[in-house]
Ligand binder design. Structure first.
Ligand code: FE
Length: 243
């Protein structure tokens, strides 16, 4: 795997800003890789970097969509609704609410660490790619980082769709080889006395990091706390900072 390590900086904020049609095409590629096959079961392709969605793929999806719409087989509004659901209604805000509750409700935190799937379901979040959740807690002495070294396994019900960089070869390889270096690029460098643990997601288990509650947030409400919890902090490449 080492020969695949790339010096390319991690695009921590490399979100794709594109029109809805392109997002639909990209989303279709997500479905192609995440559904219709067991996670970690790869389709017969050349194993190129997941982050490099080729333009011709987007064009093919657009062409296919146009054809299906033209034939009356697909309602564009229905496709938009699916994209909207995963982009806005299912996403890191769900995970942030779980974290904020764990920070403010000790009994909930105990349940969350003991049986994350059930505790997360208490909040109303469950479903595909989140059937077997494990929450790992950051402490002053332990920092946890989540990766899927093989593909892009990710806890959809609490974090939504994985960011592009999470699926990149650079992250998947470097997170294991040099987790501190990866975190340093994002801006968080755990102290030398902090043990860094890297968790490799699998088809069965999806991880969510419970970040440390930052000092100076004692006066914040649960809702206000949820607002400061970032997606990256729940993957473990960043920490939560007080507002
Ligand atoms: Fe995977």
């Amino acid at each position: 795997m080492q020969d695949k390590v790339s010096p390319t900086p991690l695009p921590g904020s490399a979100k794709a800003h594109c029109d809805l049609a392109t997002r639909r095409a990209l989303f279709a590629s997500e479905l192609r890789s995440e559904e219709g096959m067991a996670p970690h079961e790869h389709p017969p392709h050349d194993h190129q970097d997941h982050s490099d969605v080729p333009n011709d793929l987007a064009l093919r999806v657009k062409a296919l969509e146009s054809l299906l719409v033209e034939k009356g087989l697909v309602d564009p509004a229905a496709i938009d609704a699916v994209v909207e659901f995963y982009e806005h209604r299912v996403g890191p805000r769900n995970g942030a609410r779980v974290v904020a509750r764990a920070w403010t409700d000790q009994a909930y935190k105990v349940r969350l660490l003991a049986d994350a799937t059930a505790a997360i379901a208490e909040m109303g979040y469950s479903g595909g790619q989140g059937e077997h959740m494990v929450v790992i807690e950051n402490t002053p002495k332990i920092h946890n980082l989540v990766v899927c070294t093989l593909c892009s396994c990710y806890p959809w019900p609490v974090l939504g769709l994985p960011p592009t960089w999470y699926k990149s070869t650079a992250y998947r390889s470097r997170a294991v080889i040099d987790p501190r270096g990866v975190m340093a690029e994002i801006g968080h460098v755990p102290g030398d006395d902090v043990e860094v643990r890297v968790w490799d997601s699998t088809a069965e288990i999806r991880y969510l990091v419970l970040p440390e509650r930052p000092p100076g947030t004692e006066h914040l409400t649960e809702d206000q706390l949820a607002d400061i919890v970032t997606r990256d902090s729940m993957i473990g490449i960043a920490r939560v900072v007080a507002p």
